[in-house]
Design a protein around this ligand. Structure first.
Ligand SMILES: C[C@H](O)CC(=O)SCCNC(=O)CCNC(=O)[C@H](O)C(C)(C)COP(=O)(O)OP(=O)(O)OC[C@H]1O[C@@H](n2cnc3c(N)ncnc32)[C@H](O)[C@@H]1OP(=O)(O)O
Length: 702
């Protein structure tokens, strides 16, 4: 990835430097050096009075090319770009410099704009410093200039949460000086630069501004609060704390000293395992929507405006919620008036939850809800572009529903089942329907988790998969395409051993709550028992039935499960499971489960993590062996999105490869001899262990 910049000098004496490295105008070392050269040239020329920096094809810059973090290169230290160029040449220029921003201005891209003396943006431009996503910190002065432009509070929020803002909001917070239409952007920026020269506008050097900074005692409290929060939320991560320290350095020892600290921190962090894993994960996530043999066929997604959902239970109503929030019209069908009212009520409660969590403005609630129309018959399905069946796991019921759909839905209508347990090939025998049948499996609750499994049967047409990928994108779900329809799909097949291994340990005397604590300390979003409560016993029961039928000795029959189930402690939706919940989702251990906390078997946290996660790695290996997904990296993304595996460890397969298949295989083999076939390693894992090759062939691009 090379790229360059172009210099063009207008008759009015304004030089326009355009960053050109399609498609996103990323900043390679090449681009940075070319930008430096052209800036120096423009500064030397007498016919240039002012400079505007912009990006080609309506994109300012997507930031530094993250694959280059590992490179030492000719200008090894990022400090060369940050201090020698951006600070001492760009920001210190004796001619006014204005950034003209459209499209993305992210990471290093925004940092270049921050060093300019003013910023003009379109209202739809996207600005942000997402470096923490990659285990690093903003390294071109962003930790210093952003707080000085928008105040420390907002800067902390943007940097620590990798939060993007649009041009309009950026203007509101003082990040950009004016908004322009895309067509006039560069002209407005040129005028602005000439106005600075004529002293009609301020010539602002961001690095030395102090008027937006909070008073020091208040700023220190904010930084301390951010530290405490970060340690609590991500105790295993060092880079957010390093970033906070660097921001503090600027307030105490001045921005210049802090720029050096920032660049040294960047040099160190970019070589960390966390950075390697997070860069790997970034590309793994980007690649989920690329399915060889399908997305490379040149097919365009068709328009899908109206959905119909059959069944308004917990899953159905959650799917309706996710769809209407994404601007789709939805027809919800139930069997009778009572069930319909209950389904719509559930949708309402889901939306109210979104309002409570600040994800939705209360004023929009009624409008969003009005996109859902309740019906008791299939007549309205004649206008549906896609139907999602979300009834219980009963094949006969599903077959009846699909037979009805056939007579009411138009011929282009996609026919989906939300089931992950039932073989989609059995849902309809009618040949003419089969290329339209697809699985759309939302793990847990559709409106809460950002993942969508798209399950293809041998007959599902590539067009339907392309349509579903576009729908997933609109719903802001990460798609995992399953190319081989199998019991349990991907996430359930990884979740099931996670929960089963944990139950097996409790039956042998390990403290139930220690298991959750150990898993969470490792970085899992939820320990296995919290997760069982979240998914719900109803779903787990359905899984249990199918898994025991399909996976024989690999299935572990847990007494613990039956006891809980009998006691009607069905998980978070009933406010009672392994934990007791209040209406605000706060929870405490359920005293009824104390009988299981006998602590007879003592394991260290590390041993617990191995015993609950190695079976998940084994499950991932089974999925690779059966070719259920096209690439191992899809399992990494599914493990992070569905199972809550820490993304800073790269995902389950990537992590397994850092430990090594040989070690995992020998542990699983040993446990299978002691505790039974549930732990038995599969042939895929055995082969890789004996050949000492990697499980996923997944490498970070660093
Ligand atoms: C020193 C500095 O402080 C350090 C930095 O600058 S860190 C980098 C900060 N920048 C980012 O994080 C931007 C990440 N990118 C994005 O969020 C999105 O790509 C975007 C919003 C900019 C654009 O989205 P969209 O238009 O859908 O394009 P998208 O498909 O994502 O990207 C196009 C290609 O560029 C790649 N790409 C995007 N950003 C990249 C980056 N920063 N580095 C390397 N490759 C990148 C994508 O992987 C994709 O590659 P492919 O065509 O081979 O699949």
């Amino acid at each position: 990835m090379e790229g360059k910049t172009y210099l063009e000098i207008g008759a009015d004496g304004v030089a326009i430097i355009t960053i050109n490295n399609p498609p996103l105008n990323l900043l390679s070392a090449h681009v940075m050096l070319s930008l430096k050269e052209n800036t120096e040239l423009a500064l030397q020329r007498d016919d240039v009075k002012a400079i505007v920096i912009t990006g080609s094809n309506r994109k300012f810059s997507g930031g530094f090319d993250v694959t280059a973090f590992g490179n030492k290169g000719k200008h090894g230290k990022f400090g060369f770009f940050s201090i020698d160029f951006i600070t001492d040449i760009l920001e210190a220029a004796g001619k006014p410099l204005v950034a003209a921003i459209d499209g993305p201005a992210l990471g290093g891209g925004l940092e270049i704009a921050l060093a300019c003396h003013a910023r003009i943006s379109t209202s739809s431009a996207v600005l942000g410093l997402p470096e923490l996503r990659y285990g690093i910190l903003p390294g071109f002065g962003g930790t210093q200039r952003l707080p000085r432009l928008v105040g420390l509070r907002k800067a902390l929020e943007m940097i620590l949460k990798s939060k993007f803002v649009n041009g309009q909001d950026a203007q509101g917070m003082g990040l950009v000086d004016a908004i322009s239409s895309a067509d006039e952007l560069v002209t407005v920026a040129c005028h602005w630069a000439k106005d600075i020269l004529a002293q009609r506008r301020p010539w602002t050097v961001s690095l030395y501004r102090t008027d937006r900074l909070e008073p020091l005692p208040e700023a220190k409290m904010m930084l301390e609060h951010a530290r405490v929060k970060s340690k609590k939320q991500s105790p295993n991560l060092k880079h957010p704390l390093v970033c906070i320290d660097v921001m503090e350095e600027g307030l105490i020892r001045g921005p210049r000293a802090a720029l050096w600290k920032e660049s040294e921190a960047l040099s160190e962090l970019r070589q960390s395992d966390t950075c390697r894993s997070l860069v790997y994960y970034f590309f793994a996530r980007q690649r989920t929507s690329k399915v060889p043999g399908i997305t490379d066929m040149g097919l365009k997604p068709r328009k899908v405006n109206t959905f119909a959902v059959v069944g308004g239970g917990i899953m159905g109503s959650s799917i309706v919620t996710a769809l209407i929030v994404s601007n789709y019209r939805v027809i919800l069908k139930e069997m009778d008036e009572k069930a319909l009212l209950a389904g719509i009520e559930r949708v309402k409660v889901n939306l109210q939850d979104h309002v409570k969590k600040g994800k939705l403005a209360e004023a929009k609630l009624d409008k969003i809800l009005s996109r859902c129309k309740g019906v008791l018959h299939y007549e309205d399905f004649r206008e549906a572009d896609m139907v999602i069946e979300a009834v219980g796991e009963n094949i006969y019921l599903k077959q009846r529903i699909f037979a009805e759909l056939e007579s009411y839905c138009p011929p282009h209508c996609i026919l989906a089942s939300s089931s992950s347990m039932i073989n989609l090939n059995l849902i309809s025998e009618r040949k003419e329907l089969q290329n339209r049948i697809v699985g759309t499996h939302f793990f847990g609750q559709a409106h809460l988790l950002p993942i969508l499994e798209i399950v293809r049967t041998e007959k599902t047409s590539p067009q339907v998969i392309v349509d579903l990928l576009a729908i997933g994108k609109k719903m802001e779900k990460i798609p995992i395409v399953i190319i081989h329809n199998s019991t349990g799909s991907v996430m359930n097949r990884m979740f099931f051993p996670y929960s089963q291994a944990a139950m097996a340990l409790v039956e042998r005397g390990v403290d139930l709550y220690q298991i959750d604590r150990a898993a969470e300390a490792f970085g899992m979003t939820m320990g296995p028992f919290r997760m069982i409560d979240f998914v719900g016993f109803e779903v787990l029961t359905a899984m249990k039935v199918q898994f025991s039928k399909n996976f024989g000795e690999r299935f572990n029959e847990s007494k613990l499960f039956s006891v809980m189930h009998k006691g009607n402690q069905a998980g978070e939706t009933t406010l009672k499971g392994f934990y007791i919940y209040d209406r605000d989702s706060k929870f405490i251990p359920n005293p009824d489960t104390m009988t299981f906390v006998n602590k007879l078997m003592k394991l260290s946290d590390e041993e617990i993590v191995e015993m609950i996660l190695f079976p998940v790695v084994n499950a991932a290996c089974f999925l690779l062996e059966e070719k259920v997904v096209v690439k191992a990296s899809d399992l990494d993304v599914a493990s992070v999105m569905g199972l809550g595996f820490p993304e800073y460890r790269g995902g389950i397969v990537f992590w397994a490869d850092t430990i090594g298949p040989k070690h995992m295989h020998s542990k699983l083999e040993k446990w299978s001899e002691t505790y039974g076939a549930f732990f038995k390693p599969c042939a895929y894992l055995a082969e890789r262990a004996s050949k000492r090759t990697s499980l996923g062939q997944a490498k970070s691009r660093l």
